[in-house]
Design a protein around this ligand. Structure first.
Ligand code: V07
Length: 263
């Protein structure tokens, strides 16, 4: 996994890629989740429409995905659209719903080249068929890839996800196929949209907001949090490396005691 990185560093002439050297593989978070906030504010600062910020944010997705892949991250989950985002002006929602297609029509060949597997978690209902079709094709085209899992949270809401898991468990209890006394955390985890993925090791939220906004509430129980004032379109390679360096420091401090100290 580092061969590609070393090659990329050798290929880049005067580009500043040195910070990559200071990150070693054992301490890299396996799963990074990001709340990509501040696109509207980025645009407003430049007297641009909010959609210009979203478009710029899409380019950041590509850069951060490339670095995560190069660093050997296993899963990158990106909060692209929440179940609450439907309340935004129709024109903005319509634009956002075109971004998966635009992103994939531009970058899917590179993602395939980089062995990235595209995934999506979220409710399919309400999403336009053109959006779903673009994501379906990308998932299909990358389903056998074994590198980074690029998991887009699209029309995702954590409480609904938990409610649905509870309903499914209740139905099994009602049907007599599950005993209440045997219900465990695993019964919930197995019914979440993240089934099969490791829990996030590092959560990043950009743009200075310090809350979870209904994102992966169950899955983030033991996750390290990194909040930065940087707006998502300005979040670059150095920003991600800074977050990872900080994560590594904390991880080293916990040593073998992680989990026990968390209680
Ligand atoms: C969106 C760009 C990033 C900043 C946050 C909001 C705007 C990439 C995607 C995407 C989603 C699924 C997929 C491929 C790409 C995306 C939305 C918004 C709705 F399979 N960026 N991006 N989707 N933004």
């Amino acid at each position: 996994m580092f061969n590609k990185l070393i090659k990329r560093m050798a290929d880049s002439s005067s580009e500043n890629r040195e910070p990559l050297l200071s990150v070693s593989s054992e301490e890299i978070p396996a799963h990074i989740a990001i709340i990509m906030d501040g696109n509207g504010r980025w645009a407003k600062k430049r007297s641009l429409p909010r959609i210009a910020g979203h478009h710029e944010g899409m380019k950041t997705v590509r850069r951060i995905t490339r670095l995560a892949s190069d660093l050997g991250v296993s899963v990158l989950t990106l909060y692209a659209f929440s179940t609450e985002n439907w309340k935004r002006p129709k024109m903005e929602v319509d634009f956002l719903m075109r971004l998966p297609e635009e992103f994939l029509s531009t970058f899917l060949p590179e993602l395939i080249e980089e062995n990235v597997r595209v995934e999506m978690m979220g409710y399919h209902d309400n999403l336009p068929s053109h959006t779903l079709e673009a994501v379906r094709k990308a998932k299909e085209a990358t389903k056998n890839n074994t590198g980074l899992v690029l998991n887009f949270a699209l029309n995702y809401g954590s409480r609904s996800e938990i409610v649905d898991a509870v309903k499914d468990i209740a139905a099994q209890v009602a049907a007599g196929t599950l005993d209440i006394a045997s219900i465990s955390e695993d019964h919930i985890s197995e019914r979440l949209m993240t089934k099969g993925l490791p829990e996030p090791d590092l959560l990043i939220r950009t743009s200075g907001e310090v809350r979870l906004s209904n994102f992966m509430l169950w899955q983030l129980a033991y996750t390290e949090f990194w909040f930065t004032e940087t707006l998502w379109p300005d979040f670059n390679e150095d920003s991600l490396l800074e977050a990872i360096e900080n994560y590594k420091k904390r991880n080293r401090r916990y040593g073998g005691l992680k989990g026990e100290e968390a209680n």
